[in-house]
Write a protein that binds this ligand. Structure first.
Ligand SMILES: [Zn+2]
Ligand SMILES: [Zn+2]
Length: 374
């Protein structure tokens, strides 16, 4: 994550000459407000804020760092890895103090488990952690016509499916001896601030409380096997390259009886050699003969669904655009379909027969010259 660019004093809402006591007070107030398990904001946002105020607190509570920050700004207080991480934070004891009455000490909050390295998926007692399968991303190439009209596509994917051989259990299961089935290990830690209990995920069973003693020989204990599968995806009209669709709960199944992740379909629309897309319209350039341009006539024009006849009125100049309504791209939001824009230009033949040359010379004498540019 990028280091925060806001001023540390602003972040904590204190003045430049705030005392340590004032800084502590401000931090305490903000920490309580932004703690991800308490805050009304979303968890990620709250965690970001919590980290931001902690970074400011770390610097401003250290008189030496604070002096350098005052003189040189953030340049003066580089953290070890460049940006502030929780391993740079030296005031765990203060946080413990702040939240003692809220959570009854360390280890009761998911955030603390995460930031102070006590395992990322601490399970709550009595609930089993269910593995969620990985999302699968697939790329889908569509023709312009398919994007314009929508299409039902069948796609082959290789996904983890339940292992039938072991009933997705992964093999013979027994209670983990290391944690006695609780999935966690408690450590008493002593520091100069006192003693606290930290809880970490059991390394033997990875927090599941159970271990596989005889892994299934088909899935090697995963409880799932990769299989090829065909899925059907309905693509609505109007999609374009960069759009994606999330098919919830249709992806890889999680390990040992877990639930399915998602399939994410990345859409890519192939270039069309005839038509260029302009939003929901498509544009096509069509050559017409000199005679048709001057005297009018009918031409055949391709569209995404077959040819149509188009009337060219007399006295049509190159660059004139005719609109064929609703032959463009369907609307993703349910509005009307876009149009086809037919841009005509007068075609000049490359080779002329002697006769054609002579006739043209005669014709040129007969016609008026083009208007002068004013
Ligand atoms: Zn265990
Ligand atoms: Zn199996």
């Amino acid at each position: 994550m990028m280091a925060t660019d806001r001023d540390y004093y602003d972040i904590l809402g204190v003045s430049k000459d705030a005392t340590e006591e004032e800084i502590k007070k401000a931090y305490k107030r903000l920490a309580r407000k932004n703690h991800p398990d308490v805050s009304k904001d979303n968890k990620k946002e709250a965690e970001k804020k919590f980290k931001e105020i902690s970074e400011a607190y770390e610097v401003l509570m250290d008189s030496e760092k604070r002096a350098r920050y005052d003189r040189f700004g953030k340049e003066g207080v580089q953290f070890e890895g460049g940006n502030f991480t929780w391993s740079d934070f030296t005031h765990q004891a203060d946080i413990e103090d702040i939240f003692r009455d809220l959570f009854g000490g360390f280890g009761e909050s998911d955030l603390f488990s995460r930031i102070f390295g006590t395992g990322t998926t601490r399970r709550r007692r009595g609930t089993r952690r269910v593995a969620v399968g990985e999302n699968a991303r697939i790329r889908l190439n569509l023709s312009l016509k398919e994007a314009a009209e929508g299409v039902e596509k069948k796609i082959k994917v290789r996904l983890f499916e339940k292992c039938e051989h072991c009933g997705s259990k992964g093999g013979k299961i027994t209670t983990c001896q290391q944690c006695k089935g609780t999935g966690e290990i408690r450590n008493i830690q002593r520091s100069i601030f006192g003693q606290f209990v930290s809880i970490s995920t059991c390394p033997r069973c990875g927090g599941e409380g159970k271990v596989i003693t005889e892994p299934c020989r088909y899935c090697h204990g995963e409880g799932r096997i990769k299989k090829e599968k065909q899925i059907s995806v309905h693509i609505p009209a109007g999609v374009e390259t960069g759009n994606y669709m999330t098919l919830r709960g249709t992806g890889n199944v999680g390990k040992r009886g877990g639930i399915k992740g998602d399939i994410i379909v990345d859409i890519s629309v192939k270039e069309n050699k005839r038509f260029t897309r302009e939003g929901n319209n498509i544009r096509l350039r069509v050559p017409i003969s000199y005679k048709t341009a001057t005297m009018g006539g009918k031409i055949e024009v391709p569209t995404l669904d077959g040819k149509v006849r188009l009337t060219i009125p007399p006295h049509t100049q190159s660059g004139k655009v005719f609109i064929i309504k609703e032959k463009g791209i369907g609307s993703l939001h349910g509005g009307r379909r876009g149009d086809e824009l037919v841009e005509v230009y007068i075609w000049a033949p490359r080779r002329l027969s002697k006769k054609a040359q002579k006739l043209l010379e005669e014709l040129d004498k007969e016609l008026k010259s083009p208007p002068e540019i004013k």
